[in-house]
Design a protein around this ligand. Structure first.
Ligand SMILES: *Cc1c(COP(=O)(O)O)cnc(C)c1O
Ligand SMILES: [Zn+2]
Length: 444
């Protein structure tokens, strides 16, 4: 059985394009395009048989199916030949049962999907493997592509750099000067990407990279390139797979450019179309209060939308004022009984730190999602018996500066409630013994 996917305009018209065309928007009407699959063909195989196939492949060694993205290849990007797949074994990330954290909120069924446990430390790998594989496929077909470029708040450029380096394709990354973490800056540098630091914000970098890519045979890797969404949507399939093919009640996800929340929804819709699941979860998308255009639109019933100038936030990967995938995200949120929330700097930092106390190590964006969880539970908008999944988007080790400053009480607009600092002591047995004994008496 040969499966096939194509680009299709999902706004003004239904125009179709091949996946190996360099195209990001509909040529006829300018609408957003998305990848579509031949659902009828996919339905020739029964839901049970798909589930068995995915379970057989999951984290095994047969190339490229051990990757949890390529293990679902028929539903992701069947158009790439296996020898053109550029994979670093993405997906298969831990679903952490947050038992202790849940108990403090009175909930039993709370899980953190650790998407940051990935090759480059964020969920961006899920999409980038698909995009770079398609580029390798196109180059193998003789298409002239000189390099792949992206604007980034840090994690996209890290992923692009790693996948391009693995494939031997030049990467060009545009970063807003002084607005990404050291760990995020060093990744493209280490991987040999052409790293351009522009004195502007993410939205400013985006404008320039678009212009560069439109003329110079440079392929654009930002999330208006809907190939990435195909990889990212596997998080939904993997999640349901990890729950023994059951659908959770609520999923909470941080949102910036809003590609990821769109991808999450797309994965569930696909599974429902094929019959793997028969209900949909509720989706909660959360923004930083400093960069909240979706939240503001939500308050007006999505009837109005104004791009904003994003303010500086600790959740730097979602410091975006004019999200590319706004329309897609709204469509998904409407279908998934969606809620949009926001989190202040103080709320996101304290939420991340409290959750760290139960064995996690959260990035600020995961803090944004956790802060929303706390609010929704408090307002009884989430019931205590519900099964709740937090999408953790990056590894905390990418944001050590944020975490160190939290514990040193040096973050602006944050009153840290869970500070823990090293205690400096002389190397004397009695002093050390007494300190431990005093501290353990008050251990929380
Ligand atoms: C990219 C990113 C996000 C936001 O995803 P969007 O698709 O832009 O909404 C959130 N957290 C982290 C860590 C990211 O890298
Ligand atoms: Zn169109």
């Amino acid at each position: 059985m040969s499966y096939k996917a194509w680009f299709q305009c999902s706004e003004g018209c239904d125009e179709r394009y091949e996946l190996n065309e360099t195209i990001y928007k509909c040529k006829k009407c300018g609408g957003l395009i998305e990848v579509r699959h031949d659902i009828e063909k996919l339905k020739h195989r029964s839901p049970e048989s798909w589930m068995r196939l995915f379970d057989e492949r999951y984290r095994r060694t047969k190339w490229p199916y051990g990757s949890s993205v390529w293990g679902k290849k028929e539903m992701v990007c069947p158009n790439v030949a296996n020898n053109n797949v550029v994979s670093l074994y993405e997906g298969g990330s831990n679903l952490f049962w947050a038992e202790r954290l849940g108990k403090t909120l009175g909930i039993e069924d709370l899980w953190i999907k650790q998407c940051g446990n990935a090759h480059t430390g964020s969920f961006k790998d899920l999409g980038m493997t698909v995009l770079v594989s398609m580029v390798k496929q196109m180059i193998s077909e003789g298409k002239e592509i000189k390099g792949v470029a992206c604007a980034s708040t840090g994690d996209t450029s890290a992923a692009l750099s790693a996948y391009c380096a693995a494939a031997g394709i030049p990467a060009i990354v545009f970063l807003p000067k002084d607005k990404v973490s050291t760990a995020q800056l060093i990744q493209p540098i280490a991987n040999g990407a052409l790293t351009l630091s522009l004195d502007t914000d993410f939205d400013g970098c985006m404008e320039i990279v678009r212009e560069i890519c439109s003329e110079n045979n440079i392929y654009l890797a930002n999330s208006m390139n809907s190939l990435r969404i195909e990889g990212q949507k596997t998080v939904s399939i993997e999640l349901v797979q990890q729950l023994d093919w059951k659908v959770p009640d609520v999923i909470i996800i941080p949102g910036g450019n809003l590609g990821n929340v769109s991808a999450l929804g797309k994965g569930f819709l696909l599974m429902k179309d094929i019959g793997i699941i028969n209900k949909l979860p509720r989706i909660v998308c959360v923004q930083a209060s400093k960069a909240n255009p979706l939240y503001q639109s939500y308050l007006k019933g999505f009837k109005e939308y104004e791009p904003i100038k994003a303010q500086k936030t600790l959740a730097s990967a979602i410091q975006i004022g004019n999200p590319v995938s706004f329309n897609k995200a709204v469509r998904i949120l409407k279908m998934f009984n969606g809620v949009v929330e926001q989190a202040t700097e103080d709320e996101l930092a304290n939420a991340a730190a409290l959750a760290d106390r139960s064995g996690l190590f959260n990035c600020p964006h995961t803090g944004v999602a956790l802060a929303a969880l706390f609010k929704l539970v408090k307002r009884n908008e989430i019931e205590k018996f519900e099964q709740i999944i937090i999408i953790s988007t990056a590894h905390g080790l990418k944001f050590t500066d944020f975490k160190i400053k939290y514990h040193e009480n040096k973050l602006k607009e944050v009153e840290p409630k869970y500070i823990n600092v090293p205690i400096e002591l002389p190397p004397k047995y009695e002093v050390v013994r007494k300190t431990i004994s005093d501290k353990l008496a008050n251990f929380v």
